[in-house]
Design a protein. Structure first.
Length: 277
């Protein structure tokens, strides 16, 4: 039975100016392209059909077809991610300012992303970089290409324990009650793995407590629908013994998490009151 190929290209009708600018930037920076003159009904399997018509020996033909299918799949992974980013673009963003090297690394790593959940993350990161050039570190692109599902789940859990101070997210981890964090599936080894990946900094020596600095006084910390206002009239708030790196910050903003049960009332709020009043 012949396999049908339903790969679709972009529909440029009604596409915004910033979306077109992103497509143009991808073409100029990386050579990645979709033709505005190619209707979506023309399948990419035409390439494979052409190979089948050639007078190659069976082994060569099989190798070329396999490579063609791989290339098409990787292209479609990239296309899916770019499409997600296009839907998230701010109308005032300037994709033309994207760094060519950053974009080349991004597209090279994006071609291997097959998980729908991870495609969404990559799409959000591309949109974020379009909005704020330099916001997503190159290092995060390498981290995402290496991270396994277990570490991704650990990081997601940590994000569910993060407060927001102005535009910055940071986890609240209290070393003095760290055994209780097993309630949310976190342990020391998982944090060590996240540190090795470059997503967090951590210090369990009890000599260091990380702080977040804000512009407003009094500084406020938000956790979903909860809020804590620091009354010490300083522009900093102590958060504990774990802190997101720049890569961790960017990734945290690109994923969606739910409020951790009992975290605010029993752990987070008491900690904030103890060290910030």
């Amino acid at each position: 039975m012949e396999e049908k190929n339903n790969y679709n290209l972009f529909n440029f009708d009604g596409m915004s100016e910033v979306a077109n600018n992103l497509i143009d930037k991808l073409a100029s920076a990386t050579g990645w392209d979709v033709s505005r003159n190619t209707p979506s009904k023309i399948g990419l399997n035409t390439y494979i059909e052409e190979i089948q018509k050639k007078n190659y020996d069976p082994l060569t033909k099989a190798a070329l077809i396999t490579n063609a299918k791989k290339t098409i799949k990787e292209y479609c992974n990239q296309k899916d991610i770019v499409a997600i980013a296009i839907n998230l673009l701010n109308k005032d963003c300037v994709p033309e300012m994207l760094d060519n090297d950053w974009l080349s690394i991004f597209m090279d790593k994006a071609r291997l992303v097959t998980s729908e959940d991870f495609k969404l993350i990559w799409g959000k990161l591309l949109a974020s970089e379009c909005d704020n050039n330099g916001y997503v570190p190159k290092g995060l692109l390498y981290i995402l290409s290496q991270i396994d599902r277990e570490d991704a789940e650990s990081f997601s859990t940590l994000c569910s324990l993060a407060i927001k101070v102005e535009d910055e997210y940071q986890p609240v981890v209290n070393i003095n009650r760290f055994d209780d964090y097993a309630n949310w599936g976190l342990d020391f080894d998982k944090l060590v793995n996240l540190k090795a990946l470059g997503l967090i900094e951590m210090d369990f020596s009890k000599l260091v407590m990380y702080s977040v600095y804000g512009k407003e006084i009094p500084i406020k910390a938000k956790y979903f629908n909860h809020e804590f206002e620091c009354s010490n009239r300083k522009n900093e708030i102590s958060i504990g013994n774990v802190m997101f790196t720049k890569s961790g910050q960017a990734l945290c903003k690109a994923i969606t998490v739910n409020e951790a049960a009992n975290f605010w009332d029993k752990y987070c709020l008491p900690f904030l009151k103890m060290y910030n009043i």
